[in-house]
Design a protein around this ligand. Structure first.
Ligand code: PLP
Length: 402
């Protein structure tokens, strides 16, 4: 099949819910991806934070292939050894208590929301089910996680939405305290807002959030779907803070290294909140996805790996800053989660989507966040050569847009 044929099939038969690039991908290796017409792309996106080990990592491929040959699926009424090992490792890495496996980030967040509401109902009865989320957040595409998402643009067209969410600005302690009325059972937040434009939570806000939650028995839920699993230079982004620890954490994207998996992890308070028959998923914790996730955790927790993520992230962010791009407004980053905000086109700058589109033509994959931010989530294992090649294309793109 040619690139054009694949694109034609997609445009005729798929629901056109994505603004797709005109590239049909055949394979990848390291941090490089190839389209059917043989064009090479340096990947600064990891398939939106998923392919943290890059493409076709040999250890990951061999673990997943071996598992496929043994058993690809069993129902959740039996024990999956690889999944149980994965759960143990997640508990040890987070110092939390128990794990529920799902298939995606939205589903993991749904489970976290159910757990928080049930914890509160068990202990305090009705009328305490509101969850505070942050303005500019992103928590998923289901009806409930859209309601949780603190961006007005997501609250159109698909209502009625799930009730019981209210929104407060990131890094605003006063507003948070005002929002924490007696009907609130939980606060759910990304430690670094991803889709919203790469906005990290400050240590002061995290500390205030932690003490507010502890004082009032409000559950602290961290959505680590994008910023978790080494992305920011720590296994979990909340580990950048001292004395902050969520009651519930959600994971997905990077956890599987390329296969669909999600998880929510609970601490002591919610260890027994969900009982038999109260939550489930047919595919959740699939052994093939779990086999891949175990390899991801092997690598990301190996000595020196996270320091390298920090180094490479800093290098890329500094390189972009020093390109002297006249319409670059600000670079925000934590580890290899990097956002380059551009001056908006109306003020003489450039639109992020146009920037990413031009970079693609030149052979570099970039993400956007909002209309003005170019977002970079390179594979954590990206080589120095691939970083240099990607940055060279980034600079050429930037200069050709002046
Ligand atoms: C991507 C994302 C989600 C949704 O994950 P899906 O796997 O697409 O359902 C939720 N939260 C955050 C922070 C995300 O980045």
């Amino acid at each position: 099949m040619t690139n054009e044929q694949a694109i034609k099939l997609d445009s005729e038969y798929m629901i056109q819910s994505y603004g797709r690039h005109p590239a049909a991908i055949s394979h990848g290796s390291g941090a490089s991806m190839y389209s059917l017409d043989g064009k090479k792309y340096i990947d600064f996106t990891s398939g939106i934070g998923v392919n943290c080990l890059g493409y076709a990592d040999p250890d990951w491929v061999s673990a997943v292939s071996a598992q496929l040959g043994e058993i690809a699926h069993m129902s959740n009424y039996f024990v999956s050894p690889k999944t149980a090992i994965l759960a143990q490792r997640l508990v040890e890495l987070s110092s939390m208590k128990r794990v529920f496996m799902s298939n995606s980030g939205a589903e993991a967040n749904e489970g976290a929301i159910k757990t928080a509401r049930k914890y509160s109902r068990d202990k305090y009865g009705e009328g305490r089910s509101t969850i505070i989320t942050l303005i500019n957040s992103f928590h998923g595409r289901t009806v409930t996680t859209l309601a949780a998402t603190g961006q007005e643009s997501f609250h159109k067209d698909f209502g009625p939405f799930t009730e019981g969410f209210k929104y407060s600005p990131l890094n605003d302690v006063e507003a948070l305290e005002a929002a924490a009325t007696s009907d609130v059972c939980a606060v759910m937040a990304e430690v670094v807002q991803g889709e919203g434009g790469v906005f990290p939570m400050t240590a002061e806000f995290a500390a205030a959030l932690q003490s507010l939650c502890t004082d009032r028995d409000i559950l602290l839920i961290f959505d680590e779907v994008q910023c978790g699993i080494g992305r920011t230079g720590k296994m979990f982004a909340w580990q950048h803070f001292d004395s902050v620890k969520p009651d519930i954490m959600t994971l997905a994207k990077g956890l599987g290294g390329g296969l669909p998996i999600g998880a929510f992890i609970v601490g002591e308070k919610c260890e027994y909140t969900i009982g038999k028959g109260q939550h489930g998923s047919t595919f959740g914790g699939n052994p093939v996805a779990a086999a891949g996730a175990n390899v991801v955790l092997d690598k990301v927790s190996s000595p020196g790996f996270l320091d390298e993520v920090t180094e490479k992230g800093r290098y890329i962010a500094n390189a972009i800053k020093s390109m002297n791009i006249p319409y670059l407004k600000q670079v925000r980053s934590l580890g290899m989660m990097i956002g380059a905000e551009l001056v908006s086109p109306s003020e003489g700058g450039a639109a992020a989507a146009a920037f990413a589109g031009l970079a693609l033509q030149k052979g570099l994959l970039l993400l956007t966040a909002g209309s003005n931010t170019v977002r970079l989530l390179p594979p954590l294992t990206i080589s120095t050569d691939e970083i240099e090649e990607g940055l060279r294309i980034f600079k050429a793109t930037a200069l050709s847009m002046i």
